[in-house]
Design a protein around this ligand. Sequence first.
Ligand SMILES: Cc1cc2nc3c(=O)[nH]c(=O)nc-3n(C[C@H](O)[C@H](O)[C@H](O)COP(=O)(O)OP(=O)(O)OC[C@H]3O[C@@H](n4cnc5c(N)ncnc54)[C@H](O)[C@@H]3O)c2cc1C
Length: 377
Amino acid sequence: MDSVEVVVVGAGQAGLSSAYHLRRTGFGPGVDFVVLDHAPAPGGAWQFRWPTLTYGRVHGMHALPGMELTGADPDRPSAEVIAEYFAAYEDAFFLPVRRPVDVREVRDAGWGGRLLVRTSQGDWAARAVINATGTWDRPFWPRVPGQELFRGRQLHTARYPGPHAEAFVGRRVVVVGGGTSAVQHLMEISGVARETLWVTRRPPRFRAGMFGQEEGRAAVALVEERVRRGLPPQSVVSVTGLPMTDEVRRARERGVLERLPMFSRVTEDGVEWADGNRAKADTIVWATGFRPAIDHLAPLRLREPGGGIRLEGTRAVRDPRVHLVGYGPSASTIGANRAGRAAVRDLKALLASGEPGEAGEATAAATATVPRDSAAV
Ligand SMILES: Cc1cc2nc3c(=O)[nH]c(=O)nc-3n(C[C@H](O)[C@H](O)[C@H](O)COP(=O)(O)OP(=O)(O)OC[C@H]3O[C@@H](n4cnc5c(N)ncnc54)[C@H](O)[C@@H]3O)c2cc1C
């Protein structure tokens, strides 16, 4: 078993920001910390995003700390641009990313206040874990009666191949979901499909004008408040509303963004509403979001009765050895940058105190879950 001070799980924006700050703070790459990622290549979740999501179409993408992303061609897929940038970043700062390594479980090791990180490539013992696993690996599919009967195709945003796929060209397509991804899918698919329908649970809210810093802070504060109360985090868009860009305005004028309420069941050849109305469909796209990919943390029992993990900053209240970055209020590129820095600052203090589980304000809550062992190393 390998042993380090800190294991970072995930090498997306949040994991790389954490790794950068660990290095800067004096943790030796590969010796004191390691980054484990189950993706085949650099790029975090960006490497899997659809080819028509060009760099010019992502908004508010913040560079990682210490290295700007300059001169990128806005017409290239962001999957390529960001994967190349992340790869250059890992090289420039000698970040010890091991891949593909799937982290299957994090549990208390039962000795030395250590955590045991079980992976597809063996086990690691660590004094702390920074979890930066994002949401892409846990697409959320709502359960709707009849889904299994549908004879057409169903796919989630996580597998959206771009509009020119056979599933869309000349087909009747229903897009479900009230977020930015749903709007982008509709704008694209409506250009090639026979017909598109947009279905959302709640009426969508469009936001005119630019999103100022003040509103940004207020939106993050709302998500933060939920996490502090141990509730599952909301997506930031559910708080901010949908941006009304020129492209969105044009799509609305074309009638592409006329929204229908959620249907009550899926039939063999379409969807049906509670009032008996029906629509035929060849393809259903579930743009219904993602959930935090944190199943591997289950043995630590971090969840509160409300279903979320209560955090103080980035630190799990139930176990101060564990930090969640890119989770809830920090699930944006800028949030992930800041969370990485905050987690490292907090962990440095914890590890310097010599006794994991005893630093910071979380001590009282943590003692119940962090066994301390005289065999501490
Ligand atoms: C379509 C889309 C567009 C977006 N556009 C923007 C934007 O324009 N601006 C913005 O600020 N934000 C945007 N976001 C949000 C943004 O992507 C994220 O906030 C940020 O990039 C996520 O970084 P992350 O490091 O938290 O997660 P990810 O990039 O998802 O990285 C997580 C990493 O963890 C790894 N991993 C997961 N589970 C395990 C495991 N068990 N074992 C090992 N490795 C694991 C994955 O392989 C992955 O590399 C967008 C999100 C989506 C879905």
